[in-house]
Write a protein that binds this ligand. Structure first.
Ligand SMILES: *Cc1c(COP(=O)(O)O)cnc(C)c1O
Length: 374
């Protein structure tokens, strides 16, 4: 049976890569699907919905308030413009033309965190009217680097919590929050793909931004957890300005609320359990030139993957070439390739829709090896 994408002529995708925007991030729980349809099927006072849904979200994640947005990227842009405009709705309406006369819009960003997650963090901050002030070095930063950059034009400090960032020798989120408190500057945490929805507000961050479709497995959407209701209101004000270009639909709001409920109830399960993952690793290990083991997530999230070290001399092709061949396969097989250039790939089980998909990967790799060895 083919899915809607195959019906319009696209290849089926087996996702062993994780929550990747390039592959459609995640798939939703049937309860979330229902909430999306129900949300789309009725009228509602949108302005009240934004407020009420934000408060309901806040209750779910144990934050003082929250604002639902259409992506974590929108959250990054809108958090910036919200801090510039606050309750000045007339300013929010015309922010882009007025920017040059506003000086308090410097946003401090660690150099090692100025990453491209598919789009650059700095572009989102600039879209919201921020002037990015990079501090520290690509491979090292301390609180001192942030402190020396704070001045009367500092709007906020952003902290990007992500595997995309340099982690070694970097100031911690706690230290950054400490600096923010010391100077009275808001600290915004980009926790787009993080799984703990209350951690950063609990730690003292002013706002924490999450992507709806990553850990939460919700619809395309985002949420900004807020340490007080002023921030949530400033964010909602932005829907009368640049936020309109990032409008979040009523169905996405209802879908995300349900998705968070389902997520917090622990109802999202990967279709393969740890034992089956072990069996898969053993099976793959039988192939000449592959060494397989279970690896824990480098960021400490509760995720287990199969790490496959490819010995090019024995297997016949390099890890990078194996990635390319799996891509060209029909169905397309996408694996984690962060370390392909140094000889290994990872199979991430979170994106499998059936157990069969995992075994199809084994068959495809065996077939590729057969082809190479003629
Ligand atoms: C994915 C990601 C984003 C963007 O999330 P979207 O909801 O896709 O806009 C922002 N920051 C980081 C660190 C990310 O990993």
């Amino acid at each position: 049976m083919s899915n809607v994408y195959e019906k319009i002529g696209l290849k089926r995708v087996i996702n062993a890569a994780g929550k990747m925007t390039a592959l459609g991030v995640s798939t939703i729980h049937p309860k979330t699907a229902n909430a999306l349809v129900e949300g789309a099927s009725a009228y509602v006072e949108i302005e009240r919905l934004y407020e009420v849904a934000g408060k309901k979200m806040a209750q779910l994640i144990n934050a003082p308030d929250a604002c639902i947005v259409n992506s974590a990227s929108a959250g990054l842009a809108m958090a910036t413009s919200a801090l510039i405009c606050k309750d000045d709705i007339a300013l929010a309406e015309i922010l882009p033309v007025h920017l040059s006369s506003i000086s308090k819009r410097e946003v401090i960003l660690l150099k090692g965190q100025n990453v491209n997650y598919g789009a650059p963090v700095s572009t989102m901050i600039q879209l919201g009217g921020g002037i990015v002030v990079e501090v520290g070095y690509a491979n090292k930063s301390t609180s001192m680097h942030i402190e020396s950059a704070v001045n009367e034009n500092t709007l906020a400090i952003y902290f990007i919590q992500s595997h995309h960032c340099v982690i070694k020798n970097m100031v911690t989120v706690d230290e950054v929050i400490g600096v923010g408190k010391k100077f009275g500057v808001p600290v915004i945490v980009d926790a787009a793909s993080e799984s703990d929805l209350s951690l950063y507000i609990d730690k003292g961050a002013d706002m924490a931004i999450y992507s709806g479709a990553k850990a939460i497995c919700g619809p395309t959407s985002g949420l900004v957890a807020c340490s007080n209701s002023d921030y949530a209101r400033y964010l909602r004000n932005q829907f009368k300005g640049i936020g309109r270009a990032m409008k979040v639909g009523k169905e996405s709001i209802m879908g995300l609320l349900k998705a968070v409920e389902v997520y917090l109830d622990g109802e999202i399960i990967t279709v393969v359990d740890r034992k089956e993952l072990d069996e898969f690793a053993l099976k793959l290990n039988e192939l000449q030139g592959l060494t397989c083991s279970i690896s824990a997530d480098a960021q400490g999230r509760p995720i287990y993957r199969v790490k496959v070290i490819v010995d090019q001399a024995v297997f016949g092709i390099s890890a990078s070439d194996l990635v390319l061949r799996l891509h060209k396969n029909d169905p397309m097989i996408a694996v984690r390739d962060h370390y392909a250039n140094v000889g290994s790939i990872e199979i991430d089980p979170r994106g499998f829709n059936t157990k069969d998909e995992m075994w199809e990967i084994c068959d495809a790799i065996r077939k590729i090896q057969g082809e190479i060895n003629g």
